[in-house]
Design a protein around this ligand. Structure first.
Ligand SMILES: Cc1cc2nc3c(=O)[nH]c(=O)nc-3n(C[C@H](O)[C@H](O)[C@H](O)COP(=O)(O)OP(=O)(O)OC[C@H]3O[C@@H](n4cnc5c(N)ncnc54)[C@H](O)[C@@H]3O)c2cc1C
Length: 427
């Protein structure tokens, strides 16, 4: 909040996905003068293509705290945000017999529990008794996270976008922007088609702070401002099939596929292509191999009594699509200031506060963490503008997500975000 008599800080948020909309809403709710720029419609990016699986079952302490806060807000929005609903639903992590990852599951569950998450190790027989829709006789071990659920991701973005507008956010859709330099007036934003003189295309405006939450476009957008971040897009896939399903959400870790109930039947996905994808040129339709693989996993996992018909990857799939996730070298996101070099030693008189911030690199977990991350961004930006160093004890920024831990030009392998080996590595 600004002191009486001071003008509100001006903040531009670039990207109208779940993260950008939440950050814009939360910044405005804390008194900032916010403009949200989206090059298309709200939820046109990954948030409009996400599966909407939400859970807090993380083994690492920071992730568990972020997951818990996000789920708390999803539940609160279910009560208070028109157009949004959260459907509670347990989340099962299942590992098949013969999968070496099975050995790591008990310790992973212990760590989740140590962070206060309601997760338990379950014997496959007991799992089958609790959830008769599932076949469990081929499993070595399973865990059930109770504090989970699902939603329709674009409805969250649109509903919070409407609320953000009511909080005073100027929501500029159909407005692609580029980052300009930092001037005495602040960090510049330009219409993306503006010429070198900045006079053609949309207006050029300077803000006290600019937050880049541009999903798969984050790296290229920041590169224009001379900032290099190791946030690499990769392609994942999902489908909906009209198979009646009222069981839990399931992540079959051995098959690397997940499923959840859906109003039209069930939604299933993964189909990770662990290679860099072009955010402007990737294939938006799902691949045949993905539909075939998922149909086979569903046949194996859905073991209801009397079930004889196999799922046909063509005839039984009503919708299938691909979208982009973003990877980072260590699997953690980049959330915080990225022009720290310019502001090093800002405790000394006259040094400027950071003006450019990033929130990206979710490794497939951006939607479910958006309510917590958006809040952190809002509080972090305002603290940074007020002169609080990002590594100060009272800084809202999360140290493990500090963009400064990377140079930006790191070469790294893209790791699938949900895999157990990613989640069971030591803290
Ligand atoms: C098939 C699939 C299933 C998934 N399932 C899940 C799931 O179950 N749970 C989960 O947590 N996550 C899931 N994800 C990941 C999730 O979609 C992302 O992590 C999350 O949506 C990222 O949100 P965001 O706001 O950071 O980015 P986005 O939603 O991509 O938003 C970025 C926005 O920036 C805009 N933009 C880009 N460049 C510019 C520019 N120059 N000017 C203005 N605007 C610009 C884009 O148009 C876009 O709307 C899934 C992803 C896919 C593809």
């Amino acid at each position: 909040m600004t002191e009486e008599g001071e003008s509100a800080p001006t903040v531009a948020v670039v990207g109208g996905g779940a993260v950008g909309v939440t950050a814009a809403h939360d910044l405005a709710a804390r008194g900032a003068d916010v403009t949200l720029y989206e090059r298309d419609e709200l939820a046109a990016g990954s948030s409009g293509r996400a599966a909407g699986v939400l859970y807090d079952a993380y083994a690492e302490d920071v992730d568990a705290a972020v997951g818990a806060r996000a789920l708390e807000r999803f539940r609160a929005f279910d009560r208070s945000l028109p157009g949004f609903s959260f459907s509670p639903c347990p989340y099962v992590i299942a590992v098949r017999e013969g999968d070496p990852d099975a050995d790591a599951v008990p310790a992973m569950v212990e760590r989740m529990r140590a962070h206060g998450r309601e997760v338990s190790l379950v014997d496959p027989d007991a799992l089958g008794e609790r959830f008769p829709a599932l076949r469990t006789d081929d499993l070595a071990v399973a865990a059930v996270a109770e504090g989970a659920g699902w939603t329709d991701p674009p409805s969250y973005v649109r509903a919070l976008g409407r609320r953000a507008a009511r909080e005073g956010v100027a929501v500029e859709t159909e407005t692609p922007v580029a980052l300009g330099p930092r001037t005495d007036a602040g960090r510049e934003i330009r219409g993306r088609d503006a010429g070198a003189d900045g006079n053609s295309g949309a207006e050029t405006r300077a803000f006290d702070a600019v937050v880049v939450a541009a999903g798969a476009h984050t790296r290229s957008l920041l590169a224009d401002a001379g900032v290099s971040v190791p946030v690499v897009p990769y392609r994942v896939q999902a489908l909906v099939c009209p198979e009646p399903y009222d069981g839990p959400m399931v992540y079959d870790a051995t098959a690397d596929a997940y499923l959840r109930p859906h109003p039209d039947g069930l939604l299933a996905g993964d189909g990770t292509e662990p290679v860099p994808a072009d955010p402007d040129g990737y294939r938006r339709e799902a691949d045949d191999w993905f539909r075939e693989d998922v149909a086979a996993v569903l046949d194996e996992r859905l073991g209801r009594d009397g079930r004889t018909e196999q799922i046909d990857p063509d005839a039984d799939v009503s919708r299938s699509w691909a979208g982009l996730c973003t990877a980072t070298p260590d699997g953690d996101p980049l959330v915080g200031p990225v022009d720290a070099d310019e502001t090093a030693g800002r405790d000394s008189i006259g040094a400027p506060a950071p003006s450019l911030f990033v929130a990206a690199g979710w490794q497939g977990h951006g939607f479910m963490r958006a309510p917590a991350i958006g809040e952190t961004v809002a509080e972090g930006v305002l603290a940074s503008l007020a002169g609080v160093a990002s590594d100060a004890p009272d800084s809202p920024w999360i140290g493990a997500f500090d963009p400064a831990r990377f140079d930006g030009d790191e070469a790294f392998e893209i790791a699938e975000g949900m895999s157990l080996s990613n989640r069971t590595e030591g803290e």
